[in-house]
Design a binder for this molecule. Structure first.
Ligand SMILES: Cc1cc2nc3c(=O)[nH]c(=O)nc-3n(C[C@H](O)[C@H](O)[C@H](O)COP(=O)(O)OP(=O)(O)OC[C@H]3O[C@@H](n4cnc5c(N)ncnc54)[C@H](O)[C@@H]3O)c2cc1C
Length: 467
């Protein structure tokens, strides 16, 4: 086992991320020479794989090839918390604010249907990813979070959903024994899974259907090639009628012009030693729900299949100048603050050790939902910006991109989040200052302060800041 947090120099993310570290080694085929496909995809994360599978479903004869800079699941798809939510919108209240009630209702239904279809797909294809349909729980640490919990239930009811239930103090503490919890909301739908097993299962299924996956092949450029486009890596190139960039928080490396539309942030996570039965007993958590607390910068947590606690923070780091690379994969200050917050929530487990620690890139938009579009006269397509909620939504993103790549009509293409781009972020150096200013203001609110002028103004503009 890798003792990531005890070394001077943390190990690479492939060893320090719990999900990636326990994955069996797989053979790797790099891109070499000249390859051709109907559709080429850059990025073997969930967006890339779901896009490939959706293309094969729409047109089984289409040839599809994926080019990945490291190995499948190297990006956020292999490093996330594995908490599968039925929402696409990062909160139904926000969706109503951004898109209006009718569109929010549509997104809510689509999100629920997406998870139901995904579970059937995984079962039918024999994809085993330790999925547990636990639902999720949001816990209130302060009276303001109780008000927010009531608003969340009301927003869900307004959209016709009966899956949200308000919990009082006794109920929430019965579910999860923390002295901090004042109440909360429990939501039926979604659950927890192992994200790397999900990626590997989807990749196996895609390969069974003839999709080629080239790894350790960093795409250095995307350029027009006749009526289509070509991607170039050090060892080879791939020419296709359409290229889909499924590169999430890395997309600006290939399309610098897109940087205004998203903010790359890093979330950090710890995973503990397995709990003993006695340790399980002192915290309850019989329902094994994925949990987050009600703060702007919240902790999120879940149990793994071998009863470890995964403990993450949405207090994401912006590393300046839109940096997304290996130098951002660890943050000792975040790890220290994660251990401290864990002990506050669960003092009865204060001695628990966390041998795994890592970070991963989140692709945020001001409206906290993804966006889609094209470049090079439509030869290149992209879909990104899941803002920390892509585990389920990437399946919808993949379907959208597949329809765009094959020029097929679909109701999905009528969604407001496909038709409209998010409000842009400012460029550097303003971007760095703005992020620090908003983060300071949100921390003040999390400590019990009232939202100041800056947050009220952003709220009015519908601009969010969270992973
Ligand atoms: C720490 C963390 C916790 C999270 N927790 C959750 C959660 O609990 N629930 C949830 O719903 N969502 C969560 N998310 C978000 C979720 O993981 C993402 O939204 C989702 O995985 C995005 O998938 P993707 O395929 O679009 O991007 P990625 O998985 O990042 O895939 C992009 C791929 O493109 C590759 N690539 C990039 N540039 C190039 C290039 N030039 N050439 C070749 N390949 C390239 C990358 O290596 C990568 O594999 C979390 C994310 C993080 C980082």
């Amino acid at each position: 086992m890798v003792k990531a947090v005890k070394r001077d120099k943390p190990p690479p993310v492939e060893q320090s991320c719990y999900w990636l570290a326990r994955r069996p080694l797989r053979p790797v085929t790099p891109l070499a020479g000249s390859e051709e496909a109907d559709v080429g995809i850059v990025g073997a994360g969930l967006t890339g794989l779901w896009t490939a599978l959706a293309i094969k479903e729409l047109d089984p004869g289409a040839s599809v090839a994926i080019v990945e800079q490291e190995v499948a699941a190297y990006g956020a798809s292999g490093r996330n918390a594995g908490m599968l939510s039925e929402t696409i919108d990062h909160g139904h209240g926000l969706a109503i604010q951004h898109f209006g009630s009718a569109e929010a209702r549509r997104l809510a239904r689509l999100g629920e249907r997406n998870i139901a279809e995904m579970v059937v797909f995984l079962e039918r294809r024999g994809i085993e990813c330790d999925y547990e349909p636990t639902g999720r729980l949001t816990v209130a640490l302060a009276p303001a979070h109780l008000e927010e919990a009531r608003r969340a239930v009301a927003a869900a009811e307004r959209l016709g959903l009966d899956t949200f239930r308000y919990l009082g103090r006794a109920e929430v503490q019965a579910a999860l024994h923390s002295p901090l919890y004042l109440g909360g909301v429990v939501v039926r739908g979604g659950g927890i899974l192992d994200p790397v097993k999900l990626v590997d299962g989807l990749r196996d299924e895609a390969e069974r259907q003839g999709v080629r996956v080239f790894e350790r092949s960093r795409v250095e450029a995307v350029e027009p090639a006749g009526a289509g486009a070509r991607v170039r890596a050090a060892g080879g190139r791939l020419t296709a009628r359409r290229i889909v960039l499924a590169t999430s928080a890395y997309t600006h490396h290939l399309l610098p012009g897109i940087t205004r539309r998203f903010l790359p942030l890093y979330d950090y996570i710890l995973v503990s030693d397995p709990l003993t039965p006695a340790q399980r007993e002192v915290i309850g958590w019989r329902g094994r729900e994925g949990v987050n607390d009600g703060r702007a910068f919240f902790n999120y947590y879940r149990l793994t299949s071998d009863d470890r606690i995964l403990w993450g923070t949405s207090e994401a780091a912006y590393h300046g100048n839109n940096r997304v690379d290996r130098s951002c994969d660890h943050s000792p200050p975040h790890y220290a603050s994660l251990r401290e917050s864990f002990r506050r929530h669960f003092p009865q487990l204060a001695a628990l050790e966390f041998p795994y620690a890592w970070g991963g890139p989140i692709c945020c938009t001001t409206r906290l939902t993804p966006f889609f579009g094209g470049a090079l006269g439509g030869r290149v397509l992209y879909g990104l910006g899941y803002t920390g909620h892509g585990l389920g939504t990437t399946r919808i993103g993949g379907r959208i991109l597949a329809h765009l790549a094959l020029s097929r009509p679909s109701d999905l293409l009528e969604l407001a989040l496909v038709r409209r781009k998010p409000f842009p972020y400012p460029p550097e150096p303003l971007r760095g200052w703005a992020v620090r200013g908003v983060a300071r203001a949100l921390r003040r609110v999390d400590r019990g302060g009232r939202p100041g002028l800056l947050l009220r103004m952003l709220d009015r503009l519908g601009v969010g800041f969270s992973s």
